[in-house]
Design a protein around this ligand. Structure first.
Ligand SMILES: C[S@@+](CC[C@H](N)C(=O)[O-])C[C@H]1O[C@@H](n2cnc3c(N)ncnc32)[C@H](O)[C@@H]1O
Length: 471
């Protein structure tokens, strides 16, 4: 290790930036996170620097560099190539750490990539060897650390005296802080669940070692592409003790989970034996009551045809804390994937999400209202009932030629998109052998031409597309 990492106290210390352009601005933004007195030396200033100047957040002390301007500074940045050598020499002569931007030979320190959850700060350095790697690591760590982590650390510091009074020094106190930072107290704090936070905190203070009740996070995993997971969903996957997941959760998503998390598949497959909802609820309750942090991972969004509401109610009835992380629902993810705007001026003013099937077959929908001109809707779970759905709509008077776009396995490598009219929906699904999960959009067609949007068009034995054009 050539560079020694340390954190420098800049409270009320002078920090100098030489130069007034883009680079100077980047350094100023960093220093503005501290309580340093920032001084600029530059003939002209970037507009954003001028606005900070107006707000009194930094000072413009000189237009031209002179070594004496560095006296008493805690650190110096030189962002002006022409002045690097002079600034570096003057700073070294005064024993002041100096960074000449993009010139390691003239610098005595380098600035790490920073993940800022003040007062918790992670600094990543590669000693200048691989800045892109440093930035990549930073974005991964960003994804892992909740935005509210800093508040957790601040809350801990506010509690320190109280804990010292009530919890004996040594193992007991260590285990209290373990529970605070890594156990259920932290979970309640980060979820903003004040009631459970106070309860868990009091239990830890009196050393109530009966296993604390865990919690369940209902997490939306999006339609399949792991890159469509939210940062919060990724973090939950990294923190989970147990992951209870659906059939439509792709392996790429489980890859992102903590290696030693217990994984419990509870996928339901239409027309096949699968766990009942009450059995899934029982698993969630059992695991949470054993003090575990359970992630209930669901395709798309937990609250959209995901029975998230039922699971939430069952858990709350047992006094188990629940939080919900939204996901990109299939209708949104698939539309984006194939270039299908869900609302367009002059085309439709609303979009309805509906299910095609219910427990006892075709879902009961207001087909008459849906059949009116200008309606646009996305049908979930509609493949098996497609024949009945188009018959209902045609009976209700929908135009036979109303455009339909079907996206199967949307956002995944085996995605397919098919276009047809409502009159030929059933035939199109059958001819193309649609078996995967699919969304059926009625009254919408892609903005792009079909050639642009067909990543995996279905072909027959002669290599011809078997897609139906909109009539
Ligand atoms: C039980 S629902 C779950 C919906 C999920 N909660 C959501 O918000 O997307 C399952 C239905 O979602 C749709 N679906 C889920 N993933 C899909 C995908 N990758 N491509 C197309 N449709 C999908 C299909 O209509 C499937 O039958």
């Amino acid at each position: 290790m050539r560079y020694f990492p340390l954190f420098l106290d800049l409270d009320n210390r002078k920090a100098i930036i030489v130069g007034g352009g883009e680079e100077a601005l980047r350094k100023a933004r960093l220093l503005l996170k501290t309580k340093a007195r920032i001084e600029l030396i530059a003939p002209v200033l970037h507009e954003e620097l001028k606005s900070y100047l107006k707000e009194g957040r930094l000072a413009w002390v000189a237009k031209h560099f002179a070594p004496a301007l560095l006296d008493d500074a805690a650190l110096v940045y030189s962002s002006d190539d022409d002045l690097h050598a002079d600034v570096s020499a003057a700073a070294r002569a005064r024993g002041i750490p100096v960074n000449a931007v993009d010139d390691a030979a003239l610098s005595t320190f380098i600035t790490p990539s920073i993940v800022d959850r003040d007062p918790v700060v992670v600094a990543i350095g590669t000693e200048g060897t691989a800045p892109v790697l440093g930035m990549g690591l930073r974005s991964r760590i960003e994804a892992l650390l909740p935005q509210t982590l800093g508040s957790l650390a601040t809350a801990a510091s506010g509690l320190r005296d109280h804990v010292a009074e009530r919890v004996p020094h040594g193992n007991r106190r260590r285990s209290f802080w373990q529970r605070f930072f890594f156990g259920s107290i932290r979970e309640s704090f980060l979820a903003g669940d004040a009631k459970n936070y106070s309860r868990e905190l009091e239990a830890a203070l009196i050393d109530d070692s009966s296993p604390s009740v865990g919690r369940v996070s209902l997490v939306g995993a999006g339609p399949g592409d792991p890159e469509l997971l939210t940062l919060k969903a990724q973090r939950k996957l990294q923190e989970a003790d147990v992951i209870v997941y659906d059939r439509l959760i792709g392996p790429g998503i489980l890859e992102l989970a903590r290696r030693d998390a217990v994984r419990i598949p509870v996928g339901k497959k239409p027309f096949e034996p699968s766990p009942k909802q009450s059995e899934i609820n029982t698993i969630l309750i059992r695991e949470a009551k054993a003090g575990r942090h359970v992630v209930r991972l669901k395709g798309g969004d937990p609250y959209i045809f995901g029975r998230g509401g039922e699971e939430q109610a069952a858990l709350i009835a047992q006094g188990i804390a629940v939080d919900v992380v939204p996901g990109i629902t299939a209708a949104l993810g698939c539309a984006a994937s194939v270039g299908l705007p869900l609302t367009q001026r002059g085309q439709n003013r609303s979009i309805t999400l509906l299910t095609g099937t219910a427990e006892d077959g075709l879902a009961d929908q207001d087909w008459k209202a849906l059949a009116k001109p200008g309606q646009a809707f996305a049908i979930y779970m509609g493949v098996n009932a497609a024949g009945d759905i188009s018959a209902e709509l045609l009976d209700a008077g929908i135009d036979h030629a109303t455009p339909v776009t079907v996206v199967e396995n949307g956002t995944l490598a085996n995605e397919r998109v098919m276009m047809c009219s409502i009159g030929s929906l059933w035939e199109t699904l059958t001819l193309n052998g649609v078996e995967g999960p699919a969304i059926i959009y009625v009254g919408l067609k892609p903005a792009k031409t079909s050639a642009d949007i067909l990543p995996f068009p279905a072909r027959d034995e002669t290599g011809q597309h078997v897609l139906r054009a909109v009539s």
